[in-house]
Ligand binder design. Structure first.
Ligand SMILES: CC[C@H](C(=O)O)C(=O)SCCNC(=O)CCNC(=O)[C@H](O)C(C)(C)COP(=O)(O)OP(=O)(O)OC[C@H]1O[C@@H](n2cnc3c(N)ncnc32)[C@H](O)[C@@H]1OP(=O)(O)O
Ligand SMILES: [Co+2]
Length: 132
């Protein structure tokens, strides 16, 4: 794992949360991107070498909608940057982690992503990200 690529925060409104995080971080949103396959709209703010990813559900079936319904707004996942997502997925499988997707899938911000089930990571949803 190269670094923490982003912290994903589940929010009801990326507009409202975006204003708050713009003030908090003293920097603006540099990208808003919908990922239809995940039923989410994302907004990114750069914080040094890392990012904050605000996530708003675009459909009731969205993982974000279910998360907020259950736990309210808050930190949703930690994403790590990897060099080779295929090799990392294979390594994690061999280590006994449960991956939530068989193959890497297209994420936001020009990434290939894969998620690791939180049951195997002390309750923290982990995302692997490889730049494409
Ligand atoms: C890809 C675009 C973008 C990017 O960065 O590029 C994103 O980051 S998109 C982010 C949204 N997409 C995902 O999160 C995909 C992966 N997530 C999943 O597959 C599900 O959300 C899953 C499997 C983590 C949970 O599924 P579901 O909510 O349908 O099941 P449960 O509600 O029964 O949850 C099972 C169990 O997991 C706990 N849980 C759920 N979400 C989280 C979370 N974010 N962090 C930690 N724990 C989580 C939930 O509380 C249940 O535990 P239990 O003890 O049984 O209550
Ligand atoms: Co993410």
């Amino acid at each position: 794992m190269k670094k923490v690529e982003h912290i994903g925060i589940a929010v009801n409104s990326i507009e409202t949360a975006g204003d708050i995080y713009t003030k908090l971080l003293n920097t603006g949103i540099y990208k808003v991107e919908e990922v239809a396959s995940e039923h989410v709209k994302t907004a990114f703010l750069q914080t040094g070498p890392n990012k904050i990813e605000l996530l708003e559900a675009t459909h009731p079936d969205s993982a974000i909608a279910k998360f907020i319904a259950k736990k309210g707004e808050g930190i949703h996942h930690i994403a790590f940057e990897v060099e080779d997502i295929y090799a990392e997925m294979q390594r994690l499988r061999a280590e006994g982690f449960v991956l939530l997707n068989e193959e890497p899938k297209r994420g936001a911000d020009n990434k290939l992503v894969c998620f690791v089930h939180p049951k195997g990571t002390n309750g923290v949803l982990v995302e692997l990200c490889q730049s494409v």
